[in-house]
Write a protein that binds this ligand. Sequence first.
Ligand code: CO8
Length: 364
Amino acid sequence: MHITAVKFTTKLQSVVDSSSVTPTLTASTLTASTLTASTLTASTLTASTLLHPLSLSDVSLRDSMANALRRLSKCGVAGFLPQVFSRHGPRTLPHLVCQKRNNSTSSKIKVDLDPSTGVAVMRMQSPPVNSLNLDLLTEFTTTLEKLELDKSCRGVIITSSLPKIFSAGLDILEMYQTSPEHCGEFWRAVQEMWLKLYGSKLTTIAAINGSSPAGGCLVSISCDYRVMADNPRYSIGLNETLLGIVAPYWFKDTMANTVGHRTTELALALGRLYSAPEALKIGLVDELVPEDQVVTTAAQTMGQWLAIDEHARQVTKAMMRKPTIDKLLSNREADVDNFVSFITQASVQKSLGMYLKMLKNRKG
Ligand code: CO8
């Protein structure tokens, strides 16, 4: 990340220190939590509240606490044990998350924020295909959170630094032959990324400069606007059924909010991957431009969005997206359970194995 951890820590600390913000969680709700007084302070609740722009009140207490601890521990805010609480009780944070602090060399996302325009460009740089593994998802979410806290940032362009690929979607290896616990951890990270992106108060534009299947498509349709490279070899869509898996309801809802119910029904049932021109035709993307103009066009479009009254735009966005977000927020753990029990089935694992083999054989 090019936004330094020091800068963010200072910013976060100032948020934490701010006495003008009223924590939304009360002492009585805290008593119900499994967290002890020594690990929980009013200031952490305040920080966690601010990190959710839309409808935090619907997040379960446990998730809020766990997320706040996870985030603060990643940012180097002192006084936190490297433990979070899951439904299975306390567990240690992934080692990698703790190590990643201040380590820009291992960054999977490059961020360039221009304070004069208020526009940040987030470039995924995780070769070979920007598959969304736990590390990339976590960094994606953290990056967005940092940008949301940065008052000089008003819009984000999301793109890829890899040629020909925006993102290959969720990393299949995170779901193939891994433990149920790992699958659960992974799925929470997918949820968290989507909640943060779909609910972001920032203007978000996807500059899709390559293929964008499945989870890559989800990232794209979670943005406010999509500019795609005018190249028929690049494809985008929710192709889950081709892997023998099912797009979860919130993937489906995000798609339906973009292209409508019937088109989504066809797209999901058939696992359709649309070429760039086809994607434009069905409204899956908003604009096609020559490949070398994807990011500059996104920046120009961003200018139009940023000219709109900020508050009015944010309230409108929340009005359009809140019901979809709330559906998952009120059902997160059930969604994790569904995912884990589905993905660990022998027949589903077999399909994933065959799909991975197909990807390898295609090369030969
Ligand atoms: N996960 C893990 N590894 C991947 C993935 C992926 N999604 N995509 C590609 N790879 C690997 C390949 O296996 C290959 O590995 P290796 O070098 O070891 O052989 C390497 O990345 C490079 O891939 P390619 O050679 O295929 O690269 P190309 O440039 O030729 O093609 C594509 C790039 C077009 C992205 C191509 O790799 C592709 O089509 N990938 C598969 C994309 C896909 O189908 N993704 C779906 C992921 S599932 C998802 O996102 C939603 C899941 C929802 C779960 C719900 C369950 C209930």
